[in-house]
Design a binder for this molecule. Sequence first.
Ligand SMILES: [Cu+2]
Length: 268
Amino acid sequence: MTSWLGLPQLASQHGAQLDQALGLVHVLMAVLFVGWGAFFAYVLVRFRRKRNPHADSTGVTSHTSTWLEIGVAVAEAILLVGLSMPLWADRIEHLPPPGESTRIRVVAEQFAWNVHYPGPDGLFGRTDPKLIDAQANPLGLDRGDPAAKDDVTTINQLHLPVDRPVLIQLTSKDVIHSFALQEMRIKQDVIPGTTIQVWFVPKVTTEEMRQRTGKADFNYEISCAQLCGLGHYRMRGYVTVESPEAFRKWLADQVAQLTESSEESIWR
Ligand SMILES: [Cu+2]
């Protein structure tokens, strides 16, 4: 229904509702644009100087325009109170239970997305700004913390299982960024010093989307939607939406790599 808007492909559960609201707002704005334009043209002709040589201090006595304005205000109120506000309330008041979600922390920085998975134990390990090393440990994760031992971190790579709610905690190390997943209809400013949660349910795997779009190299992208500095243009990440089995395998492989590298460090 909203294909005429030229939106990106849709891949999340809540997205259709959002697109519908966006479509309705566009329709109302188009009606207003044409309506007020026509009204302006009418007024130019109706009150032209030739027909009204002298200014009339009484003005218009008909109340048609008042009723028109009330009608427009009511339509806008319906869109706002009846559609947009419930939609937004549903987003922020009914977060999925953490136990039934894929939980991830994403820490933005100039100019990358640092991704932090809690690992098999489901607990995010302690982080400390003092431990931050731009190359080796951009999240400042304390591997000495038992909860951190199995934590998986990536840079610009987000893996998500399909059909399961994803709960992401967003924060930033430096300036304001904006976490945008176009196909998931997710866009959230990322503010330093604050953690903001976003959630969505991915419904289409990367593979399915490749078939749907006919593009064999299609990838979901994380883009930064706030101009955040000179390297803003390259602040791009990739999202792989996959089957639960493929996701579990990917996570297990990452955890296995962790133990390998810690064994290596013993021998060093
Ligand atoms: Cu940015």
